[in-house]
Structures are given as structure tokens and as C-alpha cells.
Design a protein around this ligand. Structure first.
Ligand SMILES: C[S@@+](CC[C@H](N)C(=O)[O-])C[C@H]1O[C@@H](n2cnc3c(N)ncnc32)[C@H](O)[C@@H]1O
Length: 288
């Protein structure tokens, strides 16, 4: 990858074209500008106001290395080590799922439904900690818990809680194990965005997700797609306070089935909510 000049405009065009071989051109442009901003705090406006802006040799090397990773199919969030969620910046790495815009929508739904008085909230499968940290940041009066089977994900979640100066109780727990229910505290709200992609849906996924994001965070067996919903609803029926709320992010194919699980456990006010793409994406319900 020989760069014809150190002029910022030329460098951006050069890498944007290269990245355009992997991503749609609009996305490729967004990626190169995200890297320029992250590495050198240079944005489109800086270039527009100074078209002669140049990079030093060491800066050229840095952008070259970052673009090389993008061309190796690594998601830009893992290259920068950062992802934006609920207006906050989260540290991410290969041990956590990159938080998705749909999950941000889930956090918004929960935030709007929180009562005025402080409540106890648990996220099962906390990953990077994006949901719990965002909720705690906006409702410091609430008590937040987060658990995950992955100790490395928990390390990242703890780091994000520290960065955002939020006090959150994290603990390791395999929610599918028999011991789980004993580890789960009594709470008023449970949220989970568990693994929900069926193995057979792999073919529909982007290769950079498949090659880089943790499979334990993504996939469930084809013959048991409701595995996590059944288990978590069972745990929620024991650990939620009366009128406590349960919120799930779901596979768009299984809205009715997940709602059926909540019904089976006698939850009330059950609804299936759509995401911004008009797909069934969330199920919520209330304990009797
Ligand atoms: C889809 S990710 C969600 C991460 C984060 N809450 C978010 O929304 O961005 C699912 C998470 O569940 C965790 N997980 C997978 N199996 C689990 C299990 N048996 N018990 C607890 N957590 C589990 C994964 O490690 C992963 O962090």
C-alpha cells in the first residue's frame, strides 16, 4: 500500500478507496474519518479549512497500521478500542460484543420506564457493561448489577464502570448452570440481551462479525433458540420483586415465542416492541 503523498486529503482518499473494496463506499469513508479523528483528532472540517494539512512520517505509519487491520476485516471499533453507546464512549475488545444501536434502544426503553424511586437492576450477559453503565450514569440513585459467564468480558465491563465513575456490582455467573439462581440477587428490573443468533443464520452475517466477535456472545443452537429466554425468565420469576420488570432483546424471528415464555411464567403486561428497522426486537413483561 504505497501512499502517494502525506497530504491529508490524498491519504484519506487513498485508504477510503482501499477500504471500499471491503465495505460500501459510504461506510469506508466513515471508517477512515473515524480513524483520522481517533488517531490525530483530524476531521472533515479541519481539512476543509486547511486543504494543505499534512501528516508526519510517524502519523502516516499509524494510519497505515490501522487501515491494515481494517483490511484484515477487523471491525473499526476493535481497531480503535472504542464504541459509542448512549452518548458515552466504551472500551471494547475481542472479548466483548460491540454494543449495537438496537441495544441502545433497549437501554432507552428501560430508562424511560424506570420509576421515580430508586430500583435494583440486573443485566444478565453484561458484556462491555454498556447497558448497566449507561443506566447508572443517568440514574445514579439506582443499584446496578451485571453478570456474565466470561471473566474477560467482566474485566472490560469493570474497566468501563471505572472510566465512567459508576459503582456497579459485577459477578461471574453461568446463567444456564444449576447454581445460577443462588447467585442472582433480588432485584426490581432484569434486562438481558442474551446470545440469540441461530447457528444456521451464520451465513447471513457479515464476515467481520463472524471472524472477530465472540461466538459465545452471539450464537444459540438451532434446536433450542429460546434456551436463554426460558432460563432467564425462570430465574426472573424467582428473583424479581412483585411488579418487577423483565426486558429482553430478541431475535426478530421469535417475538411471539419469547412472549409465550413470559406468559408461561405468569408474567403480565407482556409486549413485543419493534426496533428502528421495524423488526420485532424487544419483549418486556411484568411479574405478577
Ligand atoms: C449478545 S452479548 C450482550 C452483551 C451486552 N449486554 C450488550 O448488550 O452489548 C451476550 C452476553 O452474554 C454472555 N453469555 C453467554 N453465555 C452466557 C451464560 N451461559 N451465562 C451468562 N452470560 C452468558 C456473553 O459472554 C455476552 O457477553
Amino acid at each position: 500500500m504505497k501512499i502517494p503523498s502525506n497530504n491529508v486529503g490524498t491519504v484519506v482518499k487513498h485508504y477510503s478507496d482501499q477500504i471500499g473494496s471491503l465495505y460500501p463506499q459510504k461506510e469506508a469513508n466513515a471508517i477512515i474519518w473515524l480513524l483520522m479523528d481517533d488517531l490525530f483528532e483530524i476531521n472533515r472540517f479541519a481539512l476543509a479549512s486547511n486543504p494543505d494539512l499534512r501528516l508526519s512520517e510517524s502519523e502516516l505509519l499509524l494510519i497505515h497500521k490501522a487501515c491494515k487491520k481494517i483490511l484484515q476485516n477487523i471491525p473499526v471499533q476493535y481497531v480503535t478500542g472504542k464504541s459509542e453507546f448512549f452518548g458515552l464512549q466504551f472500551k471494547v475488545n475481542e472479548s466483548v460484543l460491540i454494543p449495537r444501536p438496537e441495544t441502545e434502544q433497549l437501554a432507552q426503553i428501560i430508562f424511560k420506564e424506570l420509576p421515580l424511586q430508586p430500583v435494583r437492576i440486573l443485566d444478565i450477559g453484561v458484556g462491555s457493561g454498556a447497558i448497566v453503565v449507561s443506566l447508572k450514569k443517568n440514574r445514579p440513585d439506582c443499584i446496578l448489577y451485571g453478570c456474565d459467564i466470561s471473566s474477560t468480558a467482566l474485566e472490560t465491563a469493570r474497566e468501563n464502570a471505572r472510566i465512567h465513575e459508576t459503582d456497579i456490582h459485577f459477578f461471574e455467573c453461568d446463567i444456564l448452570s444449576n447454581a445460577a439462581v443462588k447467585l442472582i440477587p433480588d432485584v426490581d428490573v432484569i434486562v438481558s440481551n442474551p446470545p440469540y443468533v441461530c447457528q444456521s443464520e451464520k451465513a447471513l452475517m457479515r464476515s467481520n462479525v463472524l471472524q472477530n466477535e465472540p461466538h459465545d456472545a452471539l450464537f444459540v443452537p438451532d434446536d433450542n433458540p429460546l434456551l436463554f429466554y426460558k432460563t432467564i425468565t425462570g430465574v426472573a420469576s424467582e428473583r424479581l420483586s412483585s411488579e418487577g420488570k423483565l426486558f429482553f432483546e430478541i431475535n426478530e424471528r421469535f417475538g411471539e415465542e419469547v412472549a409465550g415464555v413470559l406468559q408461561k411464567y405468569s408474567f403480565t403486561n407482556i409486549s413485543i416492541l419493534k426496533d428502528f428497522n421495524d423488526k420485532d426486537r424487544f419483549v418486556k413483561g411484568e411479574k405478577e
